[in-house]
Design a protein around this ligand. Structure first.
Ligand code: ADP
Ligand code: MG
Length: 252
């Protein structure tokens, strides 16, 4: 068996908002090449933890290391440059811009080319082949020339995945990739994540336990900013404390 190796580690990580500890002393360890689910009731601190990992928020305490480097307090551009990309919980697309142009812009922003070249035809042609490839990966190749605003919800989320993949991340953070989706889109998203996990590590906030069960190797359960438990999915799902945390929350 392959020797295990943690690509992402947090130690005693905390974030305070006006004295309120949204993330409180979290030790997280994510093995390279795995899908790691982050679960827990609303308000548990999952999105805040993502914001700390990506540099959108600075920790109040503790450390984060990625691929052996200390990235604590680094700015988002630097962390993205090291190979961490995220998708957002809420959609953040430009309605009028085509699906293909969205991916081209993401490819350009990850390429180190300056804004001097922003959207010149010549530069965009450079990226259009790769953009179509990525759109193929997420099942949107046929919709490349549609304005992003015209896509149904599930396909908007697929486009956002393509934007994160454009950065060719080693670590992909997905914040509720199936939120608000109907069954068919959920199944499609599970298949998609299963495909794009190849050669990467994925950390995923996900409420749907059947999705977690299909995809996740390991699960960390957060509650009120703290790790309640962590381990293989089969072990965590039958943990009495986890069941209680969920029944005590707003999960029907
Ligand atoms: P989750 O994603 O697990 O639902 P969040 O990380 O969004 O939880 O929020 C955790 C807690 O931190 C919540 O109580 C939330 O109200 C609080 N919180 C999140 N962001 C801020 C902020 N910018 N300022 C103050 N409180 C915040
Ligand atoms: Mg959240």
């Amino acid at each position: 068996m392959r020797k295990s190796h943690a690509i992402l580690v947090t130690q005693d990580l905390s974030k305070e908002f006006q004295g309120f500890r949204a993330v409180n002393g979290v030790d997280l360890s994510v093995e390279d090449g795995t899908v790691h689910a982050l679960v827990g009731p609303n308000g548990a601190g999952k999105t805040t933890l993502f914001n700390l990992l990506t540099g959108f928020l600075k920790p109040s305490g503790g450390r984060i290391s990625f691929a052996g480097q200390d990235i604590t307090g680094q700015p988002p551009e630097r962390i993205a440059g090291l190979g961490i990309a995220r998708s957002f919980q809420v959609t953040s697309l430009f309605a009028q811009i085509s699906v293909r142009n969205h991916v081209e812009l993401a490819l350009q922003s990850g390429s180190g080319l300056g804004h001097r070249f922003w959207r010149t035809d010549k530069v965009m042609r450079r990226f259009s082949g790769r953009a179509l490839e990525l759109l193929g990966e997420v099942g949107l190749a046929d919709l490349a020339d549609r304005p992003a605003g015209s896509l149904p919800y599930g396909q908007k989320r697929a486009l956002e995945l393509a934007l994160a993949l454009a950065l060719d991340p080693k670590l992909l953070l997905l914040d509720e990739p199936t939120a608000g989706m109907g069954l068919e889109d959920v199944d499609r998203t599970v298949a998609l994540v299963d495909r794009i996990r190849q050669g990467r590590t994925v950390v995923m906030v996900e409420h749907n336990m059947s999705v977690v069960g299909s995809l996740a190797d390991t699960v960390t359960v957060l509650q009120r900013g703290e790790v309640l438990t962590a381990g293989p999915y089969e072990q965590v799902k039958s943990d009495a404390r986890v069941i209680e945390a969920y029944l005590g929350a707003d999960v029907a």
